[in-house]
Design a binder for this molecule. Structure first.
Ligand SMILES: Cc1ncc(COP(=O)(O)O)c(C=O)c1O
Length: 360
């Protein structure tokens, strides 16, 4: 079976972990600092703050922007639940804006209509490794005095008109094992804003600026040096991993038949966290079964948009229609695109897709 994801753990990562274990300094220490500095450089920003996950990175980033009870944050309904849940954790309410059918990202043209006096931030999600329309989003945010919190959990190294994901506002990245790079579990916040970075560091560590003096509420969201050692070694491979993903994506773009392949708008650099196609006409689930019968794993990200998740409908009372996201949830399927795929495996995926007889 060709799996949808395969984390790359070479000998240098094992060596880096052993060095940390032998050092006696296992919790947040020098490796975390080195990983933060290297990550900030990768994004082209002044600061990076490591946390325990992408979810906690989003949560801390929102809190550092002062978002809380009574506020609204505009975001996409077509994403992993953590994007919207991180808004709920602060006491604020996610306000969903439907997506663009081509890119699967928030439709920037519909954002302005969703702004109210309670809106404090726009949280675009750079889904599948393609940034949202950051030119238009930063312009709207600037015009209305809103923060931009980028959910860049799937977009390590992605670019929009020469600027990296995580450098348009305050970025939040996931380092979960299936992501373009991993630290086993982990997250990273990126920002050029000195005050936001300082606030993130304080919130990550129990609201503590001076040892055992607590002026505000915080958490223990610290990354360990063990995780940072893995992350740092992975970061050195990011360019190679992303190039391998892009090479597989261009083979798929060229050779796949019967499915809608993902378009890349001019001026964007897609890093293919997922290579996601559409299978229209109610045939997606049959397509998934066909791939499986041919030894090809796949993933449906995501089968239910957030505004239709049970918790959002029953506990929070969401009753909105997002037709483009709802259709995407019925039609999308992601194919293996991880950097360890061999040329033969890529050909196997192409044969499996093309033998389905899709009619897109
Ligand atoms: C778009 C998006 N946002 C947030 C997250 C949360 O990241 P984590 O799983 O590291 O908490 C993920 C990870 O799956 C994600 O894909």
């Amino acid at each position: 079976m060709i799996h949808i994801a395969k984390p790359q753990m070479g000998p240098e990562k094992k060596q880096a972990v052993l060095e940390v274990l032998d050092s006696g300094m296992i919790a947040q220490g020098p490796r975390v600092k080195a990983f933060e500095e290297a990550f900030a450089a990768m994004c082209g920003v002044k600061h990076a703050v490591a946390t325990t996950s992408g979810t906690t990175a989003l949560h801390v980033a929102l809190l550092a922007h002062g978002i809380g009870e009574g506020d609204e944050v505009i975001t996409s309904p077509f994403t992993f639940i953590a994007s919207a849940n991180s808004v709920l954790f602060t006491g604020a309410r996610p306000v969903f804006v439907d997506i663009d059918p081509g890119t699967f990202n928030i439709d920037a043209g519909q954002i302005e209509a969703a702004i109210t006096p309670r809106t404090k931030a726009i949280m675009p999600v750079h889904l599948f490794g393609l940034t949202a329309d950051m030119g238009e989003i930063t312009e709207i945010a600037g015009h209305h005095g809103l923060a931009v919190i980028e959910d860049a959990c799937q977009a390590h190294g992605a670019e929009c008109h020469g600027k990296r994901a995580g450098s348009f506002g305050t970025g939040a990245f996931s380092l979960y094992p299936t992501k373009n790079i991993t630290s086993a579990e982990g997250g990273m916040i990126t920002t050029d804003d000195d005050a936001v970075a300082e606030s993130c560091r304080v919130i990550r560590q129990h609201g503590m600026r001076r040892r055992y003096y607590h002026d505000e509420l915080g958490f223990n969201f610290r990354m360990t040096d063990v995780h940072a050692a893995i992350g740092l070694a992975q970061l050195g491979k990011l360019a190679r991993f992303n190039a391998a993903r892009a090479a597989t994506a261009s083979a798929y773009d060229e050779h796949l038949d019967g499915v809608v392949v993902p378009p890349v708008p001019d001026g964007y650099r897609h890093v293919y966290h997922q290579y996601t196609v559409r299978v229209p006409n109610g045939r997606r689930d049959a397509f998934v079964d066909h791939l499986k019968a041919n030894g090809v794993g796949s993933g449906v990200y995501y089968p239910v948009p957030i505004h239709q998740q049970t918790y959002y409908v029953e506990a929070l009372g969401y009753d909105v229609s997002m037709p483009v996201a709802e259709q995407a949830a019925r039609e999308v399927v992601s194919l293996p695109v991880h950097p360890a795929l061999t040329k033969d495996e890529v050909q196997t995926v192409i044969r499996a897709v093309n033998s389905f007889g899709g009619d897109a």
